[in-house]
Structure formats: structure tokens, C-alpha cells
Design a protein around this ligand. Structure first.
Ligand code: ADP
Ligand code: ZN
Length: 441
């Protein structure tokens, strides 16, 4: 079903006019309310009065994750704190999370976007929805939850993990729709199979999958194994959380962006200039209606392309391709963003370690696993009497445990830690250091 027929099938001319009107109001709104924007606009030599249509957006300065981090926790807020009714946070690059706040209108807008995603994914009121996105500070769980309730789905807030319970609910509650990460969908398929449950016998029609990159090959495998549609949902906390875009089951050819709320551009990440229509570049989003933390030209760092052709489903909103890569070094491990710089910052200054390390990404039981290999200092290596001691001495074991605990607290995702001898981590040979070994494929 199309949740909001009027908006989602709107003539593109009218859509662009709506975006222009909203952009012009937004420019004045942020200039007046957020010191960061007043300064950034002044530095770029642009006044809000110049912003009359979407074409003027390129006059505005970009906003980056670093700037959001520098404004930690609340400096980017455009409303008094008593109007903020929810705060979420996502992983930042240095241990401090990026904070996002929502007014009541923001929460309603988010739910509306997610309800549209459900419509695109083949949901209808009365369906049973099993929400295996994580609840908590992350935006995934509650974001999906409010949209599901708005549509009138029977919403089961099971949250992530606990495969045995997920399988039980899928069967006993007769779930029609489920949201989780694509890698978890494969884990679930294997577990069902292992338990002798044939997914073809389950009434689940669609898996709504996002929070991490995946491929068409994975879609084929998931759909074949689970006998259901696998649709892609995209979002990021800074902008909203899940619900920025979603595929329709009719086409499964790109994710419809909620363009009445988000003005999207694709730029060359090196030059910042717009690329030609249909070409791959970095997605840049301006939030047109958000009240608590409106963002001007936010650099998502996600590489993709945009197609504005009308879709077979009848929707006119443009479609973004799958996320094809990142313009930075962010890793996504079990749906959680992890930056190598964050790992580095956590270990910084530990005298048992050298400043060098190696990261290894593997896929265990279909889930991504991260191994951190910090290089120990010459002194520490001597203290534990060499290689054998590095593996077996109580001192080395205690250090390994300590680092593991620090990483869990700072990255919000588990990683195994293996100490390696001095000189064995990669060093820079002039160019970029290749610290990451991706053994997933
Ligand atoms: P979430 O909780 O949705 O993962 P975050 O803000 O933590 O939100 O992470 C957002 C990032 O996750 C995006 O910038 C993108 O890199 C990645 N991401 C989210 N959804 C998808 C998707 N469907 N495909 C690929 N990457 C995705
Ligand atoms: Zn469509």
C-alpha cells in the first residue's frame, strides 16, 4: 500500500516547489537559532534571504559529523531543551557519541516516514511486526516501533539477538513482517533450517533490512532461504534514524527518499561539487522539516547514486541506490558504526602498547566479527619474556582483558583482542597505512 498517496505520488514539479518553500524557511530558522549556522553562513558569505529555491542550496555550507561532535552534547539544538522529548545517540569517532534530539513534531515526522517504509515493504494495518532492531540509544528499535504503531501494525518489541526467541515468536505469533540487519536475516535462516523449520510454512512476507551494507547476491540468498521479500531500508541517526529511504517491493530497484522532508544531493566527495544525475558520489542531506536538530547539507559519507525517474509503484520520490561504499574509513559491525580512529583513541597512551595495531574483520556464523591486534611495546614484550609469555603469561592475559573491556565500553560492540609482538603491525610506507584486513568475502 502507499501510506501517504498525496505526498508519495506528488507531481515532481509540486514536490520541488514544496522543497523550495521549506528550504527558504529553514535557512532563516537555523540562522536565527543555532550559533553554529550563523557563523558558518557568515563565513560562507551567504544570507538566509538569498535562499529562495532548491537551486540555492549549493550556496550553503556543508555540515559534518566532526562539527556535530564538536557541538556535543546539545549545542546544535535549535529549540529550548524543554521542547525536546527524545534523545538518541550514535557512535562517534572518538568515544563521545553523536547526540540527536527530537521534538514532538520530529517524532511524528519520523513515524510518518517509517510508516511509508512499511507501506513500501508490503505491510498493511493489522499485520504482525517483529522488531529485531536493537532498542536503546540507537535509533533503530524505537524508530521502527513508532512507524509501525502509526500504521496500526501489531508491534512486537523483541529487540536484537536471542535467535531462539526470535524463532519462537516467528512461529507462535505468526509474524508477517520482521526488521533486522541483513546479516542477521541469514543467521536466522540458518537457525530455522537447523531446527527443521521450513520458512515457506511461516506467514512472514517481508524482511525489512538495513543498518549495514549488503548486496543483490545477499538478497537472492535471503529471499530464497526465507521465502519472503527482502527489502532495503536506509537511514542514519544524524538525519533521523531508519526511514530516510526504503525500497518498494514492486520494483526493488533503489530506495525511495522521503523528499518532502529531505533535500538530497550527490556530490564528488573530493571537490564538494555536484555530480551529474545518476552518477555515484557522496549523499548530502538537508533536513527540510526537522525542528530540534535541523541539518544543512549534512555529509553522510555514504556513496550512492540517485534516480529521479517515476517508479513502477506509482511513487514519484527519487530513489537512491544501495550504499556502495564510504567516503571515510567507517566500519559497520553488526549494525554498529566503528571508526578505526575510535579504536586508536581508546588505546592511546597505554604504556604497555606501541602506537601500532592491526584490525581483522571476519564473518563468524554469518555475523561480522572484529579482532583488534594491538602491538605491545618493546618493554612489555621483554617483561613477559617474549612470544610465549605474550600468549600465556598472567600479565598479558590481564592486559588483553583490560583492552577488551575498554573496547566494549567505547565501541559498544564486542571485539576480540590479541596482543602481537613489537614490529608486527603495518607501518606507513609513505602512503595510507593498511591497518584493516577484511577477510569477510
Ligand atoms: P543505524 O542505527 O541505522 O545504523 P547509524 O547512524 O548508527 O544508524 O548508522 C548509519 C549508517 O549506517 C549510514 O550512514 C550507512 O553507512 C549505514 N547504513 C544504514 N542503513 C544502510 C543500508 N540499508 N545499506 C547500507 N548502509 C546502511
Ligand atoms: Zn517504487
Amino acid at each position: 500500500m502507499i501510506w501517504n498517496e498525496e505526498i508519495e505520488t506528488m507531481d515532481r514539479g509540486a514536490l520541488v516547489a514544496l522543497q523550495s518553500e521549506r528550504l527558504s524557511k529553514l535557512a532563516a530558522y537555523v540562522y536565527e537559532r543555532v550559533p553554529h549556522y550563523k557563523q558558518a553562513f557568515d563565513e560562507a558569505g551567504v544570507s538566509p534571504a538569498e535562499i529562495k529555491s532548491v537551486d540555492d542550496v549549493t550556496k550553503l555550507p556543508f555540515t559534518t559529523k566532526e562539527q556535530m561532535r564538536d557541538s556535543y552534547p546539545f549545542k546544535m539544538f535549535a529549540v529550548p531543551m524543554d521542547q525536546v522529548i527524545r534523545t538518541h545517540a550514535s557512535s562517534g569517532t572518538t568515544g563521545k557519541p553523536t547526540v540527536v534530539g527530537y521534538t514532538r513534531n520530529d517524532i511524528d515526522m519520523w513515524a510518518e516516514c517509517v510508516a511509508r517504509c512499511f507501506g513500501m515493504s508490503g505491510a498493511k494495518p493489522g499485520d504482525i511486526f517483529q522488531n529485531a532492531y536493537g532498542y536503546g540509544l540507537f535509533t533503530g528499535g524505537l524508530g521502527m516501533h513508532y512507524g509501525a504503531e502509526l500504521m496500526g501494525l501489531n508491534t512486537i518489541p523483541v529487540s536484537g539477538g536471542n535467535t531462539a526467541r526470535q524463532m519462537l515468536l516467528l512461529q507462535d505469533f505468526q509474524t508477517n513482517l520482521m526488521a533486522c540487519t541483513p546479516s542477521y536475516a541469514l543467521t536466522l535462516a540458518d537457525a530455522l533450517n537447523g531446527d527443521g523449520v521450513d520458512p515457506a510454512d511461516l506467514p512472514v512476507r517481508s524482511f525489512i533490512l538495513g543498518a549495514e551494507p549488503w548486496t543483490e547476491v545477499m538478497r537472492e540468498e535471503i529471499e530464497a532461504k526465507l521465502h519472503a521479500h527482502a527489502v532495503n531500508i536506509y537511514g542514519l541517526s544524524e538525519i533521523l534514524g531508519p526511514g530516510v529511504s526504503n525500497e518498494c517491493i514492486e520494483a526493488k530497484d533503489g530506495m525511495h527518499l522521503m523528499e518532502d522532508h529531505f533535500l538530497c544531493e550527490i556530490i564528488d566527495p573530493e571537490t564538494g561539487e555536484p555530480v551529474a544525475e545518476g552518477e555515484v558520489g557522496e549523499l548530502v542531506i538537508t533536513t527540510l522539516t526537522k525542528e530540534a536538530i535541523p541539518l544543512i547539507r549534512y555529509r553522510t559519507k555514504d556513496l550512492c547514486s540517485i534516480n529521479t525517474e517515476k517508479c513502477v509503484c506509482g511513487r514519484t520520490h527519487a530513489r537512491m541506490s544501495r550504499v556502495l561504499g564510504r567516503a571515510d574509513d567507517m566500519l559497520i559491525i553488526r549494525g554498529v558504526n566503528v571508526f578505526p580512529s575510535q579504536i586508536e583513541a581508546t588505546m592511546l597512551g597505554m604504556e604497555e602498547l606501541s602506537p601500532h595495531y592491526k584490525l581483522i574483520l571476519t564473518r563468524k556464523d554469518r555475523l561480522d566479527a572484529l579482532e583488534i591486534q594491538p602491538e605491545v611495546s618493546e618493554d612489555f614484550f621483554r617483561e613477559v619474556d617474549g612470544l610465549d609469555g605474550l600468549k600465556n603469561s598472567p600479565k598479558a592475559k590481564a592486559l588483553t582483558q583490560e583492552i577488551t573491556k575498554m573496547m566494549r565500553e567505547s565501541l559498544l560492540v564486542g571485539a576480540t583482542v590479541t596482543l602481537i609482538p613489537p614490529g608486527s603491525a603495518p607501518r606507513s610506507e609513505g602512503g595510507k597505512i593498511k591497518r584493516l584486513e577484511d577477510q569477510r568475502s
